[in-house]
Ligand binder design. Sequence first.
Ligand code: BES
Ligand code: ZN
Ligand code: ZN
Length: 495
Amino acid sequence: MKINIVQSASGKANASALFFVKKSVQFSDVLSENAEKQVESVLNGMENGPFEDLEYLEIDNQPTIFVDAAKERGLSALDHLRMAAYRLAKKASKRQIPMVSIMLADAAPEQFKSVLHGLHYADYKFDAYKSKQKDAFQVTFEIVAGEQANEFKKIAKDVAVEQKAVVLAKNLINTCSSDLTPAEFVENANTIAKYTPGLSIKVRNMKQLEKEGFMGLVTVGKGSSHEPFMITLSYDGTKSVRGTKTKDANARSSSDHLVLVGKGLTFDTGGLCLKPPKSMPEMISDMSGAATVLAAIQAIATLELPIKVSAVCCLAENAIGNKSVLPGDIFKAKNGKTVMVDNTDAEGRLVLSDGLAEAGLIGATHIVDIATLTGAMVRALGYAVAGFFSNDDDLGLKVINCGEACCEKFWSMPLEEEYADALKGNFADLKNTGSDAGAIAAALFLQEFVPENTAWTHWDIAGTAFVSKAWKYTEFGATGFGVQTLIELAREMSN
Ligand code: BES
Ligand code: ZN
Ligand code: ZN
């Protein structure tokens, strides 16, 4: 796919696309009077057929593709545009149309942004494991932007950076767990740090983790032949990145330090509390949180957002081996609290206890942890909505708003104190299971490890990270959920 943003149509396109909602055409101020009449009769004919979404008709002697921008249920207007652009790009590629023009001269910037995201999503494929790689037909989209051409070009650059991050996260998540071990994940992060100006990296291996008392990762990771790691990536957009001050950095005086913490179980067998076969294959995605924070900080640094951001990836494999943690074992976490491992399958919260501790050590003022944490969240909210928890109303509101701007749905869940006692251990301070409200129990457990006086939000993406059937702009597999909202949150906090 290629995207050209132009002021006025080159006349070289093989077809033009018109988005419509019900019977009205969107962004249509360039149509001739005659064309307007034709379009009107087409749209009127749509009600009971014969025209369907994506029909290919002649309007003003120009082949025109009609795209329904209100087809799916439950989506916001911006997400409808993403979907419409996604379907258009899929269709154009399938029909091998070399060049399609889209009239967006009177679109608002966020509408234009949505269309671009939709086109990019259609371009994703994960065929690393196919014996034959087929090249999709390359379509060029000419976006007619009128007077907004310069502004749209800038936005297109930002969208390309965001989508590159989404693709990075999806590729990592979709890769087989035997190929993406914790050490392999570290290799990927090292490469990204090396090629992203302003991004630095620190890696702790098993020996260092043990020495420094990051015992959650050690406890979970010691059962596997692949050792656990903790990665800390740092970017300070309030300082110079490429020898010059970053954009707007002079105007900033905030001392915010946003730390993103990701669950990175490269595979989760459940450990000795083994998972049933049916729920196991999806556990290749149990490192989605870590992939998401890595991808997000790469984009944040590339966009040179004027804010200080770090990302902590807690990487381990939850496997069965002769050193696996036993149910009933007790360990001392980094913040001094002791934890009895009641269920070896509730491992995410154990590795995250170390990520939260690290966030405190590096001076976080705001923490977002993101994790495929509980099956309970999948049952509560399904694949379309992520549940989040927060100890800070202002941060919680930002999560919802930033999510909305990126077409990612978040639902606020309670840190219900009444269930906190259920986490008490008998011999230890805490145990890693609690009340039947499983997603809340996990969040309350994490709260025990949040550094004092720190605004914190926990995102449980167990339902939204990976889909087993087509959902919106994902056919199967990793969705990249959360990457864009994290970037948007950093953008919002830097304003
Ligand atoms: N990785 C799983 C949660 C999960 C389930 C992610 C489904 C994606 C899809 C997590 O480690 C887990 O197994 N949690 C247990 C906790 C329980 C044993 C307290 C769960 O939710 O069943
Ligand atoms: Zn588990
Ligand atoms: Zn897990």
